[in-house]
Design a protein around this ligand. Structure first.
Ligand SMILES: C[S@@+](CC[C@H](N)C(=O)[O-])C[C@H]1O[C@@H](n2cnc3c(N)ncnc32)[C@H](O)[C@@H]1O
Length: 275
């Protein structure tokens, strides 16, 4: 796996170093970066610089109404890395992302030549950011012919879902199973079921912050056939074997339709669990 370089890395490294109490050499590690509040971050995937505009603001929700949808989170970076390492998971396939934030994962997916990629978020602030980032970045990369756009999709919203007539081969999801969104877990499941083709695959990247998030995973494992990707296939800075990192490791799950499941959608699943 190629080591990634970020255009703004010298600035961000300086920040890491200045935050260090000992002022000694600090080993650069992506998991130690705190880049949520900077205006722009540049990542390199598929030999292409991708400059992402962020829009963090103070006030508890990081700049967006639903919350935390204006910055690139580590799960998005790890999923983007996985796409670069395994481009066949999107190449020539119809793809959608749920909870895209400012759009890094979808933009990297677009570089892997999918049939199409639609980035979605329930928050119009994130959708506007992603559309701007897509326009800026993908129009610069002349080799991109992919149809890529961003639109609003609030999970479980039937009006929004009705505009998605086609189902998808690949659904990308990064850092959306998290405490601030726990009221929406059932709607998220329903939306995953609704949008997935019978033989499609979901790639869900997750970083645990609270044990209550297991509520989602109990339902997820009931509703889908779920396999956790070996940590060695993820970016090394985010593996649970990485001793330089103080943050929780990131996990990536691949889910397919569970044809043995009795319920036909996520709403049935919710009722089954309640009873
Ligand atoms: C922590 S951010 C992750 C953004 C991006 N995937 C990343 O990893 O950088 C979670 C995103 O999920 C979106 N989200 C949360 N609840 C949602 C809901 N009910 N419907 C649609 N999007 C939602 C938020 O607006 C936010 O953009």
């Amino acid at each position: 796996m190629q080591t990634k370089m970020i255009e703004s890395s010298s600035q961000e490294r300086a920040q890491v170093i200045s935050n260090s109490s000992c002022q000694d050499l600090v080993v650069f590690n992506y998991a130690n970066l705190d880049g949520l509040a900077v205006d722009f971050r540049t990542f390199k995937f598929f030999d292409t610089d991708i400059k992402i505009k962020q829009a963090w603001s103070e006030g508890g929700k990081g700049g967006s109404d639903i919350g935390f949808g204006c910055s690139v989170y580590n799960c998005s970076f790890v999923l983007a890395q996985y796409i670069e390492d395994n481009p066949s998971i999107v190449a020539d396939l119809s793809c959608i992302e749920l909870g895209c934030g400012p759009g890094l994962t979808s933009i990297v997916a677009a570089l892997a030549n999918p049939k199409n990629i639609v980035a979605t978020d329930g928050d119009s602030i994130s959708v506007e950011l992603t559309n701007e980032n897509m326009k800026q970045q993908l129009s610069l990369k002349k080799r991109i012919k992919t149809k890529a756009n961003a639109k609003v999709l609030l999970w479980g919203n039937d009006k929004h879902l009705s505009s998605f007539i086609d189902k998808y081969d690949t659904i990308l999801v990064a850092d959306v199973v998290a405490v601030p969104y726990e009221q929406a877990y059932h709607d998220l499941l329903y939306t995953l079921k609704y949008l997935l083709k019978p033989l499609g695959k979901i790639y869900l990247c997750y970083q645990q912050r609270h044990t209550s998030e297991n509520t989602f995973f109990n339902l997820f494992y009931q509703q889908f056939h779920v396999v956790e990707i070996d940590q060695n296939e993820l970016h090394p800075d985010f593996r649970n074997t990485n001793t330089q990192v103080q943050v929780r490791p990131i996990k990536l799950y691949i889910a397919t339709n569970n044809h043995n499941s009795n319920s036909t959608n996520g709403r049935d699943a919710v009722e089954n669990v309640k009873n």
